[in-house]
Every structure is written in structure tokens, then in C-alpha cells.
Design a protein around this ligand. Structure first.
Ligand SMILES: *[C@@H]1O[C@H](CO)[C@@H](O)[C@H](O)[C@H]1NC(C)=O
Ligand SMILES: *[C@@H]1O[C@H](CO)[C@@H](O)[C@H](O)[C@H]1NC(C)=O
Ligand SMILES: *[C@@H]1O[C@H](CO)[C@@H](O)[C@H](O)[C@H]1NC(C)=O
Ligand SMILES: *[C@@H]1O[C@H](CO)[C@@H](O)[C@H](O)[C@H]1NC(C)=O
Ligand SMILES: *[C@@H]1O[C@H](CO)[C@@H](O)[C@H](O)[C@H]1NC(C)=O
Ligand SMILES: *[C@@H]1O[C@H](CO)[C@@H](O)[C@H](O)[C@H]1NC(C)=O
Ligand SMILES: *[C@@H]1O[C@H](CO)[C@@H](O)[C@H](O)[C@H]1NC(C)=O
Length: 503
């Protein structure tokens, strides 16, 4: 492209300058999670990122299969230390090895790693104090290892926190009164001090969806979106959506501990499309169509105007995620499991009509389904047992109240469960038997919005890796359990908004 060489040179110099100063390009990012029974080939995903102008990607680990596909692209990458690794990498030698194996090696291979997420929401209320003492030491050792490898000025370590680390006090439920939750405030303050000293950003995940799910008691629906709800007055500022209010509560909390000017990154934000009555593609597109223009136009929030680095959650649906937090957990993708868009929204500030571009070249398994036989008798108990078995090993999250398959009759539900199991098992003959109750068909049994999916072809890299789950009573391996997952939390998070509202 000789005609563009000046432009290219300019861009190159620009990139170099940015690299030297350790900042990064503006643009939207996305979380690429891989807890799926069948993964799209990483090359396909990388093409999708490019086709959609997504400039940054956040990973929950450092899988070579994924990282190698990001080599020789301009896409900026955040790799992740898992919560289960925090304790180990607190030690200097382990941190060095982690950085050598998961960062330095790929930087040499031209993967544009710009940050390391140390843990994922380690101070989540439901984890109690499990990671409270290992997070800062892990952060420090990882940054030290990056510095020692001479990568420290362009690769920053930080910690993605859940929005439940900050709150507004009940006696002054306003964003401007934001402070960190007392049980973690000392640790968060030490971490913020370290990040500031190191010029690294503060990362938080924000999920307005949870305000609706948890706030059934009467959270004002409009306040989760951006179409202008009745506002909350906070000094001169009127807050008309929970996103601005939540983000600014964090800004205020940071200011309170002396970090008024800290860069804040949104590590996760999004809206699921199934598995809950508040999760469908029309509400998701309502959310994104309100949220995206604000960030792509660098509007920011009342207390934080301008560019905010944002990672959408998430890229594709993940049918093997832990559903302890709710059935919606498997439906956070802006694309479905096969990389196809679920709704029309534009990720492009300049072109409001630009649509999401789906994955190209996806290869599916054969056009066949597995359903309940209508010609053999079945008793209720046996049907129940086989269905439970299928659902436990496959994915029936769409059965949830308000989910896309919540309207099925009992026999149709059995068919759905059998089919899900059959597809996940690569359509093997044995997987469509269920004690003689099941049979294969070549007519699509989908009904209304309830889709009987055909899985994509396995590519031999089915690693349903997960962070080692937290011990009972909660076993959240979910990295994306965010927002306000417990009753205790609802109290905290909603205090900010609802008490105000109904004052
Ligand atoms: C964390 O460290 C503090 C102070 O050393 C100690 O009192 C506390 O028990 C530790 N918590 C955990 C979960 O290890
Ligand atoms: C934040 O930045 C502003 C403008 O650059 C400056 O006036 C102010 O002193 C800074 N505050 C802190 C706490 O660093
Ligand atoms: C999406 O969910 C909302 C709230 O439950 C409901 O009012 C609306 O009808 C749903 N839309 C679709 C297309 O299912
Ligand atoms: C997006 O819009 C186009 C028409 O503009 C339509 O054909 C397509 O079905 C829509 N896609 C989704 C996922 O709604
Ligand atoms: C599509 O698949 C074919 C055959 O596997 C491959 O040769 C081609 O490069 C792929 N194209 C893209 C855009 O991935
Ligand atoms: C099977 O029966 C049990 C106990 O009645 C019930 O909890 C479960 O939801 C049933 N399973 C299905 C798939 O309907
Ligand atoms: C599906 O096929 C892939 C690739 O051969 C394999 O790794 C995976 O274990 C298979 N899954 C099941 C459930 O058999």
C-alpha cells in the first residue's frame, strides 16, 4: 500500500510514542472468555475482533492457544493471573516464572501485551477474605517481575475489582459520598497507592443488569438504561442512570483516599440475553445502544469526563460457565456461541448504522438433532432422571423463568435437554440414547424463540478450564459474577440508588 506509506509512517511513529510513554490507543475492548464446550478457532475470533474494530482484548488467563493467535496483530492484550495462582505468584521466583512463561515469551513473539490482571474480582463479598492477604503481594511481585524483565514501563499490572468494593453510606446515599467497603478498604487503599506510584489504572467491573435482577423489590427499570430516568440530584449533578452513579461512586471513593486523578478502567460491562426474565436481546440492545455511544464518543461520566477504557462482557456465549450466580451466566456474549450477532448495535462512534460482524467460516456439526421418542412409553420419574442427567452435563439454562425455552412442555423440555447433551457430545451415537428414550431426527425441533442448537465442530482444543472454584458454600468459578450477587451486597449496592429514589 505505497499510497498510504506516509500515513503508515505517521501511525507507526504515533504507536512508538505511545509505547514509549506506556499509554495505549483509545478504542473499545472486549473480554474473551473460553468456558465453552466448543470453542471457535482462535484465528476466527481474532478475525472477528478485527472486523468489529475491537482494539483491546482482556483474557482471564494466558492460554498459549489464544495468545499465539494474537501475534502480529495490533490488538492490545490483557492477560490474567487466576485467583488460584495469587498465593503462588506472591513469591518472587514464582512471579518471575509466571512473567517469563506468560508475558515475556509472547512479547518476543509480537503479541501486544499491555497489562496483566492480577486475580479476578478477588475481593468479591462471596469470597470472604480468601484472597485478602495475597492480592497485594501478588500484584507487587508481578509488577516487580515485569520491571526486572524491562517490560514494566509498557506493561502494567493491576487488579480487576468487582463493583461491590465501593458503596455510598446509608446516611448519605449519593455518588459523591462514595467510599470503599469497610472490610476491604485498607487493602484497597494499599493497592491504589501501589497502582498510583506505578502509573497503573484502577480496574472495576460494573453491571447495571444486577440492579434489576437483585432489585426486584422495585429498582426503577429505566435507571438501568440510558433513556433518561427520573434523576437523583447530587449537588449540581443529576444522575439519570445507574452506570454513571456507580462509576462516580468509585471516583469519589478513590478521591477519599487521595487518588482523585487515578485512571479508572472498566474491566467488564454488558448485558446477558437469556436465562432470566431481565435477560433478552431486546433489553441487551437497549442497554448497549445507550451505553456504547457514550463511551465511543468519549463522553465519560459527570465526575470523569472523557475517554474511559472499557472491556465489554463478553464476546461470545460460554455454555460451560458455572451457573451458580444465575442461568444468565452462559449468555453474556454480544455474539452467540457460534460467533453470530445477537442484536444490532454499532461499536463505531462514527457510523451509527454499522452492524456487528459475525464470525466467518464457522463450521457446524451435521444437521441432526436428538429428541424424545414419541413411540415408546416413558414414566415421569424416568424422564425426570434422564433429563436431570442431561441438563447437569449439558446446558439447559434457557429453561429459567423468563428464559427462551421456559414455555416448553415436559416432553419438549426432555427433547431440548437430550439435544443439548447430544450436541455437546459431538453428536456421538451413544449420546442420543437415554435408555432408549431418545432418537435422532433431521428436522429442526426449534419452537418459537427456543432454539435447538447444532454445535460447531470441535477443533480439538476443548479446554473447559476454570479458575479453581471457591470452596463451599459458594462455588463460584465464575469470573463474571459481578455486580451484586448476594443479599448482603444487594443491600450495599442498592443503597446508593434505591434508598435515594424512594426518599
Ligand atoms: C490476613 O492477615 C491478617 C494480618 O496479618 C491476619 O490477621 C488475617 O487472619 C489474615 N487473613 C487471612 C484470611 O489469612
Ligand atoms: C489532579 O489533577 C489536577 C489537574 O491536573 C490538579 O490540579 C490536581 O492537583 C490533581 N490532584 C491530585 C490529588 O493529584
Ligand atoms: C424482554 O424482557 C422484558 C422484561 O422482562 C419484557 O418486557 C420484554 O417483553 C422482553 N422482550 C422480548 C423480545 O422477549
Ligand atoms: C440486523 O438488521 C438487519 C437489517 O438491517 C436484519 O436483517 C438482521 O436480522 C438484524 N440482525 C439481528 C441479529 O437482529
Ligand atoms: C476459511 O476456511 C478455509 C478452509 O478451512 C481456509 O482455507 C480459509 O483461510 C478460511 N478463511 C478465513 C477468513 O478464515
Ligand atoms: C425432577 O424432579 C425433581 C424433584 O421433583 C425436581 O426438583 C426437578 O426440577 C425435576 N427435573 C426436571 C428436569 O424437571
Ligand atoms: C468432542 O470432540 C473433541 C475433538 O475431538 C474432543 O476433544 C472432545 O472431548 C469431544 N467431546 C466429547 C464430549 O466427546
Amino acid at each position: 500500500m505505497p499510497r498510504h506509506s506516509n500515513m503508515v509512517n505517521l501511525l507507526f511513529v504515533g504507536a512508538l510514542v505511545l509505547t514509549l510513554f506506556g499509554s495505549s490507543v483509545e478504542g473499545l475492548g472486549v473480554n474473551w472468555g473460553t468456558k465453552s464446550s466448543h470453542q471457535l478457532p482462535p484465528e476466527t475470533v481474532v478475525q472477528m475482533l478485527k472486523d468489529n474494530g475491537l482494539k483491546k482484548v482482556k483474557l482471564f488467563d494466558a492460554d498459549p492457544y489464544v495468545l499465539n493467535a494474537l501475534a502480529d496483530t495490533d490488538i492490545e492484550v490483557m492477560v490474567g493471573v487466576k485467583n488460584s495462582e495469587l498465593e503462588a505468584v506472591s513469591q518472587k521466583n514464582n512471579a518471575k516464572k509466571w512473567v517469563d512463561d506468560n508475558v515475556a515469551k509472547y512479547v518476543e513473539n509480537k503479541v501486544r501485551i499491555t497489562s496483566v490482571a492480577v486475580g479476578n474480582e478477588p475481593f468479591l463479598v462471596d469470597y470472604k477474605d480468601k484472597y485478602i492477604n495475597s492480592t497485594l503481594p501478588a500484584l507487587m511481585s508481578i509488577q516487580k517481575a515485569l520491571d526486572d524483565a524491562k517490560l514494566g514501563d509498557r506493561i502494567k499490572a493491576s487488579v480487576p475489582f468487582n463493583g461491590d468494593i465501593y458503596m455510598s453510606p446509608p446516611w448519605r446515599p449519593l455518588p459523591s459520598a462514595g467510599l470503599f467497603r469497610p472490610e476491604v478498604s485498607d487493602e484497597v487503599e494499599d493497592i491504589a497507592d501501589f497502582l498510583a506510584k506505578n502509573n497503573a489504572p484502577f480496574i472495576i467491573n460494573i453491571f447495571p443488569f444486577f440492579s434489576l435482577v437483585m432489585g426486584d423489590s422495585g429498582f426503577p427499570v429505566d435507571y438501568a438504561f440510558f433513556d433518561g430516568a427520573d434523576g437523583i440530584q447530587d449537588g449540581n449533578i443529576e444522575y439519570t442512570n445507574v452506570f454513571d452513579a456507580s462509576f462516580d461512586t468509585c471516583v469519589s471513593a478513590l478521591k477519599q483516599i487521595g487518588h482523585a486523578n487515578m485512571t479508572i478502567v472498566i474491566g467488564e460491562i454488558g448485558w446477558p440475553t437469556d436465562g432470566n426474565k431481565w435477560a433478552n436481546s431486546s433489553l441487551a440492545s437497549k442497554f448497549y445502544n445507550g451505553f456504547l455511544p457514550r463511551v465511543t464518543n468519549n463522553k465519560g461520566t459527570p465526575l470523569y469526563p472523557g475517554y474511559i477504557e472499557v472491556y465489554l462482557f463478553g464476546l461470545v456465549d460460554e455454555d460451560a460457565k458455572n451457573i451458580a450466580p444465575g442461568n444468565f451466566e452462559r449468555h453474556w456474549g454480544i455474539f452467540d456461541y457460534a460467533g453470530q450477532p445477537k442484536f444490532n448495535t454499532s461499536l463505531d462512534a462514527k457510523d451509527k448504522n454499522k452492524k456487528l460482524v459475525g464470525a466467518k467460516n464457522v463450521t457446524f456439526q451435521s444437521k441432526k438433532w436428538c429428541i424424545l421418542r414419541s413411540d415408546v412409553p416413558h414414566d415421569k420419574q424416568k424422564l425426570n432422571e434422564t433429563m436431570d442427567y442431561a441438563c447437569e452435563h449439558a446446558d439447559c439454562s434457557a429453561f429459567a423463568d423468563g428464559g427462551s425455552c421456559s414455555g416448553l412442555g415436559e416432553c419438549e423440555m426432555a427433547s431440548y435437554a437430550f439435544n443439548s447433551f447430544f450436541q455437546m457430545s459431538n453428536q456421538s451415537k451413544e449420546s442420543c440414547d437415554f435408555d432408549g428414550l431418545a432418537t435422532q431426527v433431521d428436522q429442526d425441533p426449534s419452537k418459537d424463540q427456543c432454539k435447538f442448537n447444532i454445535q460447531i465442530k470441535p477443533n480439538g482444543h476443548e479446554h473447559i478450564d476454570s479458575d479453581s472454584p471457591a470452596p463451599s458454600p459458594f462455588s463460584f468459578s465464575s469470573s463474571h459474577l459481578t455486580g451484586v450477587p448476594s443479599i448482603a451486597l444487594i443491600g450495599l449496592a442498592l443503597l446508593v440508588m434505591t434508598s435515594l429514589f424512594f426518599f
